[in-house]
Ligand binder design. Structure first.
Ligand SMILES: Cc1ncc(COP(=O)(O)O)c(C=O)c1O
Length: 375
């Protein structure tokens, strides 16, 4: 038995689309990037989409686009992949970490309100805070309306880290369409992939043009002769990646439906095992970029053994994600510890989830997990 944690849904039409671009010899940002951006704009319901080389680049550019620079502060959720906080440091700014809800693993809005009250009551800090950066963790949207309205009280824009949340909704809100900017990833652990890849979404045409300049050496979009009026990166997406993106997007609903059905099957298999399935908040359309369970606290110390024992039987698992303030770099800099993020990070366990996963494989995953946990 060999069950990987994930497997992208790559089919003949994906391969053909990439090959066709390779044969043209026109490999960098071109008409397929435009088509990919247009399709995503329609799907997410935003006016502007800017494709870039990955979501980390997208987040970094989003912060720069909002003027985040040396000495500034960005209020950010504590539990995420390291990119989310690293980009703040890479702008010369500092993260102000907010703890998470133990059920959805998303930014705790009460903790955000408390953090904003504290930080904004200090005049020096208040002037340095530039943005709020929530994450739609594992494909379930954070409470975006409440976060945006809290931000608005202090005049703070919200950037959505929607890396894992393409197609996710909360009520009628679509992930990546609510903040001033949204950032998505197309890494192979996401539902649809371009290999590496990312996009920035926005309804602000001026910000979108700024992003387009930043991704392309600072060249103002459309200006002839070329005008370079800022210092930019080369964060362009290649055209064959975008061609793959277009064929992948056509499968998004099918893939998300299969992932949601597999998640529901895991939920049933976990009933009565003592292992907690992911919680879905009322009104949330969870797209399960990862299916992240919680081991009972008593088993936290044995998580490594449980994972190793499952691996020995051919089943790959992963931890959920990281309590970012607890990692070596951020600990050395800030000595912050947030209890919910720390607890969830210590006992979360992500199970295999991909479109082709069979019901029999899922049953084997849960049987092996229960056996390893009971040992
Ligand atoms: C929440 C979150 N933000 C950002 C990223 C970075 O995405 P990328 O790998 O495309 O740079 C990831 C990657 O998994 C992520 O999970």
């Amino acid at each position: 038995m060999a069950i990987p944690i994930t497997a992208p849904s790559i089919e003949d039409d994906d391969v053909a689309a990439v090959s066709a671009v390779l044969r043209t010899g026109m490999l960098v940002q071109g008409k397929n990037v435009l088509a990919f951006e247009a399709r995503l704009a329609e799907l997410i319901g935003v006016r502007e989409v800017v494709a870039v080389s990955n979501c980390t680049a997208a987040l970094q550019m989003a912060l720069l686009g909002l003027g985040v620079g040396v000495g500034d502060l960005v209020v950010v959720t504590a539990y995420s992949w390291l990119s989310t906080a690293n980009v703040i440091e890479l702008c010369g700014a500092q993260p102000v970490f907010v703890d998470i809800r133990p059920d959805t693993f998303n930014m705790d809005v009460e903790a955000l309100a408390e953090t904003l009250r504290r930080v904004m009551s200090n005049r020096d800090c208040a002037r340095r805070v530039k943005a709020i950066l929530p994450v739609h963790t594992f494909g379930q949207m954070a409470e975006i309306d409440r976060i945006i309205s809290l931000g608005a009280e202090y005049g703070l824009p919200v950037i959505e880290d929607a890396a894992c949340a393409l197609g996710a909704r909360l009520g009628d809100r679509v992930a990546g369409s609510q903040g001033v900017l949204g950032c998505f990833s197309f890494h192979p652990r996401k539902a649809v992939t371009t290999g590496e890849g990312g996009v920035i979404t926005t309804n602000d045409a001026r910000l979108a043009d700024h992003m387009r300049a930043l991704r392309n050496h600072g060249q103002r979009p459309g200006a002839q002769p070329p005008v370079f009026d800022l210092a930019g990166f080369n964060y362009r997406m290649t055209d064959f990646q975008a061609a793959l993106g277009v064929t992948q997007l056509a499968k998004l609903d099918r893939i998300n439906a299969a992932r949601r059905a597999a998640a529901a099957r895991y939920d049933r298999l976990l009933a009565g095992t003592g292992i907690t399935p992911p919680f879905v908040a009322p009104g949330a359309f969870h797209v399960y970029q990862s299916y992240v369970t919680l081991l009972p606290a008593a088993l936290a110390a044995r998580r490594v053994d449980i994972m190793a024992s499952m691996k020995a039987q051919g089943i790959e698992t992963a931890i959920g994600t990281y309590s970012m303030p607890s990692t070596a770099y951020f600990q050395a800099r800030y000595q912050v510890s947030l209890p919910q993020a720390l607890d969830i990070a210590s006992r979360s366990l992500s199970l295999p989830l991909f479109e082709a996963l069979t019901a029999a494989e899922q049953a084997a995953v849960i049987a092996t997990l229960c056996e390893a946990a009971a040992r």
